[in-house]
Design a protein around this ligand. Sequence first.
Ligand SMILES: [Zn+2]
Length: 250
Amino acid sequence: MTLEIIRCLSDNYAYLLHDAATGETTLIDAPEAAPILAVLKARGWRLDHVFITHHHYDHVDGLPGILAEHPATVWGNAADAERLPSLDHAFAPGDTLPGGALVMDAPGHTIGHVAFHYAARSALFSADSLMTHGCGRLFEGTPDQMYDTLMSFAALPDETHIYSGHDYAAANLRFAARFAPDAAALTARQAALAELAVKGLPTTGTTLGSERLLNPYLRGHIPAVAKAAGLPGATPRAVLAEIRRQKDAA
Ligand SMILES: [Zn+2]
């Protein structure tokens, strides 16, 4: 499978997955039509499926323009169908979609948010749930829901690549630095992000193993992180809630 990472709008990412064996191409989220259509054209790919992670406009507004040129089928969470664009296929967490994507329930940012896990290519498309060095804002869900979502991802292998919905990596890493990240991993990632910025390359696609060293929302069980959050001895759930509160106030 070939992955194309596409920047859309001011800081969104969309993802195209192309399977050379079947010729099938899947789009994960549709923030904006033009940049996605341009990649499809340049690659000579026909678009077959669109998988939607959640209903926010910056993940779906590109759909009409894309569907006007590619009669792809649109897939989304049945539980959130009334807020999503018109679906050809409604799925539920636990379902496996064309191309081998396992739908994972991922509430927190929104209630109906889902993620797509491709075990065979060690990739998790997590949109605005688990993000590079951070997590999405809790617009609808509770800190407990986000905690459970992130713990379900934490059960995946270290080599799993995390493809999130926005390029917030630099700001998230500056904030993460307050919460006792692994020092060597922090230094290495700061250097890597600076290099990516110079080259204009995407920051998405870190590994879960790297996030375990840097992402404070995955590290609430570590005493130094709880202490840095001002809650020594607190539960990992309480630490996540407090770190998210501090981020919202930052
Ligand atoms: Zn969102």
